[in-house]
Design a protein around this ligand. Structure first.
Ligand code: SF4
Length: 345
């Protein structure tokens, strides 16, 4: 990256207007610049033909539009899931996943390089925490896939979105702008392991984003064992934050529950789970654990999965059972990145 120039990718409209004003130009050109970068996907200033020659030359001297670079693309032969591995300007790597499912095409985005939260069943946890993504790196993942007929966005890739709150919200602000990608806020879901203050803050943004909470255990003892974050934000606080979010936004919460063989897949767990979510407008997504080389956990047995689901519904308002997508390309959270580390080691 050319450090003497300002990277415009990731700046919101107001910041682009400020930048132009500092150059001695009119603020209103910011709308054109914004649209070129985020709607038309321009990567250079020469193609911005509705800006004057003088302004384009000044922009070339002072600014860049630098996004992430594709390092590898893998496509699942089983279900069409596509996984991108992106290289960042400091040579760190992140991933995004495109998931086709029943007429939808969902893009799963990363928000951090690695993750500090250490969930026991997650490959990203092994990477450790490197750094937060910038708003430009987050938006860039969408821009790179914008030629696809995307229907949904979910922040469920590497990292905990609510620990990179400001850059997350700035990038969402760009994504929903009608001058830019114009993605509907209701089609965007933020997935969290339960950063309670972040949930409260997000509830007050007035955005009506979807909220998914990665629950994975029905009591504090088991949850703390597999998700250390539970020590800081225990279940009663998390569930009350979930209720608050649902009340404030009118959106029902999605509880994600990864079924891990012999750990959290018993009927007893299903009973406890059905009790703790009572009264919260929600649906539960059950996901079969996708075993991978770096962890000791097992996939659940089929009979256990069926019994768990059948107990939960109709005791929970809605229950879906999802397959782990892209099993042949390591498409669960952080796994491609982890595999790449193995590969390059
Ligand atoms: S599951 Fe999510 S929050 Fe937990 S370690 Fe993995 S990336 Fe971090």
């Amino acid at each position: 990256m050319n450090s003497s120039k300002t990277n415009l990718l990731g700046l919101n409209l107001e910041e682009l207007e400020d930048f132009l004003q500092d150059l001695g130009d009119k603020r209103f050109h910011g709308r054109q610049l914004f649209s070129w970068i985020y709607r038309k996907g321009a990567r250079g200033f020469e193609e911005m033909t509705d800006l004057s020659r003088g302004l384009r030359d000044r922009l070339k001297k002072t600014a860049t539009i630098e996004g992430i670079v594709e390092h590898r693309l893998m496509r699942s032969k089983l279900d069409g899931t596509e996984k991108f591995l992106w290289k960042l300007s400091d040579r760190e790597m992140i991933e995004s996943v495109l998931i086709p499912d029943e007429g939808r095409l969902t893009l799963c985005l990363s928000t951090q390089v690695g993750c500090p939260l250490g969930c026991q069943f997650c490959a990203t946890a092994n990477v450790g925490f490197r750094r937060n993504l910038t708003s430009g790196e987050i938006v860039s993942q969408l821009l790179k896939a914008q030629d696809r007929p995307l229907t949904n966005l979910v922040f469920m890739g590497m990292g905990e979105p609510l620990l990179n709150y400001d850059n997350l919200l700035k990038s969402i602000g760009i994504m929903v702008s009608d001058l830019g990608p114009n993605f509907g806020a209701k089609k965007i879901t933020v997935s969290t392991v339960g950063i309670v203050p972040g949930i409260h803050r997000l509830a007050e943004e007035g955005l009506k984003l979807g909220l998914a909470i990665s629950l994975n255990a029905p009591d504090d003892e088991l949850r703390s064992e597999i998700m250390p974050v539970n020590g800081k934000y225990p279940l009663n606080e998390l569930l009350s934050a979930a209720n608050f979010y649902a009340e404030k936004t009118g959106r029902r919460i999605t509880f994600e529950y990864v079924l891990i063989g012999g750990l959290n897949d018993s009927l007893e767990c299903a009973k406890k789970l059905s009790r703790i979510i009572q009264g919260i407008p929600c649906k539960i997504n059950l996901i079969r654990f996708n075993p991978h080389t770096s962890q000791a956990y097992q996939a659940p047995e089929e009979e256990k999965v069926t019994a768990f689901r059948d107990y939960l519904y109709p005791r929970a308002p809605a229950v879906t059972l999802r397959e782990s997508k892209g099993r042949d390309i390591l498409a669960a959270c952080g796994q491609l990145r982890a595999a790449e580390d193995d590969y390059t080691a």
